[in-house]
Design a protein around this ligand. Structure first.
Ligand SMILES: NC(=O)c1ccc[n+]([C@@H]2O[C@H](COP(=O)([O-])OP(=O)(O)OC[C@H]3O[C@@H](n4cnc5c(N)ncnc54)[C@H](OP(=O)(O)O)[C@@H]3O)[C@@H](O)[C@H]2O)c1
Length: 180
């Protein structure tokens, strides 16, 4: 049987990342999570991090702004999955630089998991956000890193709680946008 790829997840303590880590473990992949040291003592996230540990995830401490920590983590795996948040999309250039330096990565999945950012008709401010993700795509391609872009469209579970503004007291900031 083929050996399972070793998978590193960045953003594992976020909304989406915890599901990716869970799925990776369930599929039998040696799974690594790059965690910020400061998050270990976070009241809620500490429980999540403990659950990673008890399911066999290897915890690596680092930060997107710490190049050495990224290269060290990346050198231990075959595949890198980024589920970093919207505020970190641009800073994935640091991750691309580290993947390039490490030179061992067979596949990189950048933080996408939404609309196909090369094919949409969004309005601002979402259009600018999608443009950031598209720019990251171009940077990956320019470096010749093998990639997969996951376009999963909207997650109902993420948007449903605020649908029809049932539980909010101020107008939502989400704009309406249209796709093909
Ligand atoms: N299609 C949809 O409906 C939908 C819905 C939601 C999200 N998404 C997409 O899914 C992706 C993930 O979003 P999300 O909402 O799951 O993200 P999120 O909850 O904001 O999580 C961000 C993650 O990034 C980590 N992080 C932040 N700064 C870091 C740094 N400097 N170094 C290392 N790690 C850092 C955070 O770690 P800490 O715990 O240490 O802060 C956290 O684990 C995004 O691309 C987003 O656009 C799509």
């Amino acid at each position: 049987m083929a050996e399972k790829s070793k998978i590193l997840v960045l953003g594992g303590t976020g909304y989406l990342g915890k599901f990716i880590i869970e799925a990776s473990v369930k599929e039998g992949h040696p799974t690594f999570a790059l965690i910020r040291e400061t998050t270990v003592s976070h009241p809620e996230k500490s429980k999540l991090i403990e659950s990673f540990k008890s399911s066999g995830v290897t915890l690596l401490y680092g930060d997107l702004s710490d190049h050495e920590s990224l290269v060290k983590a990346i050198k231990q795996v075959d595949v890198v999955i980024s589920t970093l948040g919207g505020a970190q999309v641009n800073d994935q250039v640091n991750l691309i630089a580290a993947i390039k330096e490490a030179g061992n990565i067979k596949r990189f999945l950048p933080s996408e998991f939404g609309i196909d950012v090369d094919r949409h008709h969004a309005v601002e401010p979402v259009a600018s956000f999608f443009a950031q993700k598209a720019q990251i795509r171009r940077a990956i391609e320019a470096e010749g890193i093998p990639y997969t872009y996951v376009s999963s469209n909207a997650f109902a579970g993420y948007f449903l709680p605020t649908l029809a503004q049932q539980n909010v007291t101020t107008p939502l900031s989400y704009p309406i946008f249209l796709t093909d």
